[in-house]
Design a protein around this ligand. Sequence first.
Ligand SMILES: [Zn+2]
Length: 274
Amino acid sequence: MPELPEVETVVRTLEFLIGGLKITGIDVLYPPIVKGDVSSFSSALINKRFTGFSRRGKYALYTIEDVVLMVHLRMEGRFYVMDHDSPIAKHTHVIFHLENGKQLHYHDVRKFGRMEVLMPADVNVRLSMLGLEPFDSRLSGHYLKKMAGNRDIGLKTFLLDQRFVAGIGNIYADEICFCARLHPETNVRKISLKRFNEIANCIKMIMSQAIADGGTTIRTYTSSLGVSGRFQLSLNVHMRKGEPCRICAQTIIKTRVSGRGTYVCQRCQKRIAD
Ligand SMILES: [Zn+2]
């Protein structure tokens, strides 16, 4: 599933490829992708231009003049910018015709992605369940400690909960736990303010590094790969089962935390003692 850095990369890539262009037509081939009525979805967007590109948590927000197109890619959603006479792939569900003769195809093998048209004033209300962005200056050790409160949950589960910090998924939760030298199952009630300060710094550092890595892919977009936001990651633990820890050379293990594949260096990452 794309996490914050991947969604940011998708948004910036589309800004580069289709920014300012007018939508001249829309084909919705699989209506459940669109939230609400398909004809009002289309009529709200046709003959308007892509004027703004932003992101909140894992949601992409495209301003189309007076409305906002909100997209969640979920598991497998991706965009392709195609020529108007390109064949339509099997899993293409929505096509935006653009004034320059190109088309924006939304492709989604699992069909879990969703798009919705909102009035700008409704976007914040719709996303009010999301916690702070990693780069929000209010995201501090104090904030995290307050959110953790007396919750009886592990650190990774806490990091994945979008109500506390928006945009972290399975990959970066593992990396943040490693950065903070804490086991993913460390109970958040037992984490000190000092440790939460370190976790806040790790969140900002890991996410900004990932966005920087993604940024290098924006200008190398190829229509055959599509815009999925995936890029070469420089990871310390995630997907490194059996490989040596970059700090201590201990073998990285894979375990399960809250049903998610989780990668840990058991020497570097401690559970805080009671
Ligand atoms: Zn280690």
